[in-house]
Design a protein around this ligand. Structure first.
Ligand code: PEP
Length: 239
């Protein structure tokens, strides 16, 4: 399974170092086989002394350029310095708060694909679309897959309903299942769920067929809670 932590605009360099050290020794001590990703803020990109083979660092965003004049952004040259090869693209906070269009999201996808990045590509509907029913939800999600190469071998797709992100209100299991089943018809890559995952609901969500893992925001910011969820995923995988 794949378990990913999205720090968003949380944690400092120092707290990220402490977090990664603790997480790294937890993974080693418990022989965790999950692929575990941490997406810290740019300021904390140092890899420090991570030794677990399956712990990977990535970025929450980057600009689709080697280098240039894009004030406030970072490009490939800066990422290469930290040997970062994992990126989240299409997160709902970037689509909705930062107004990234599908065209721009697809441009980022093509750029980081051509540079061999593993891409966690996020899709998910806002509440007003969910209220219209499943067909509207899938139409919306398919529009977010426009100009995305679904056969890319380093693709991971995360289904994250916008209304479930950071709200404490996870989607219902049957709704997650319905969307993941539909996505599976088009996508062979791992499929994740994200949206208010916590230790109390992780087991049920991970048991959903076609759910290959989790993308976690709020509950990942505390390393002990994140480790609890990883342990739950280990137990589900062993069932
Ligand atoms: C996210 O930001 O990708 C996310 C799923 O956040 P949260 O777990 O806080 O809902």
């Amino acid at each position: 399974m794949i378990i990913a932590a999205n720090f968003k605009t949380n944690h400092t360099r120092e707290s990220t170092r402490e977090y990664l050290e603790k997480l790294d020794s937890f993974l080693i001590k418990n022989s965790i086989k999950d692929d575990v990703f941490v997406f810290p803020p740019f300021t904390a990109l140092n890899r420090y002394a991570i030794i677990s083979d399956n712990l990977e660092i990535g970025v929450q965003n980057a600009y689709p350029v080697e280098k240039g004049s894009f004030t406030g952004e970072i490009g490939l040259e800066q990422l290469s310095e930290f040997k970062v090869k994992n990126i989240i693209i299409g997160h709902s906070e970037r689509r909705h708060i930062l107004k990234e269009s599908q065209e721009f999201v697809a441009e980022k996808f093509s750029f980081f694909k051509s540079n061999g990045f593993r891409i966690i590509y996020c899709v998910g509907e806002p509440i007003e679309v969910r209220e219209k029913g499943f067909e509207a939800v899938m139409d919306y999600i398919y529009s977010q897959l426009e100009n995305i190469d679904l056969n890319y071998d380093k693709l991971i797709v995360a289904y994250e309903p916008v209304w479930a992100i950071g709200t404490g209100l996870s989607a219902k299991e049957e709704d997650i299942k319905e969307v993941l089943d539909a996505l599976r018809l088009k996508i062979k890559s791992p499929l994740l769920y994200g949206g208010s995952v916590k230790p109390s609901n992780a087991k049920e969500i991970l048991r959903i067929p076609n759910c290959d893992g989790l993308l976690i925001g709020t509950a990942s910011w505390d390393v002990d809670t994140f480790c609890d969820i990883i342990m739950i995923s280990k137990l589900v995988a062993e069932e």
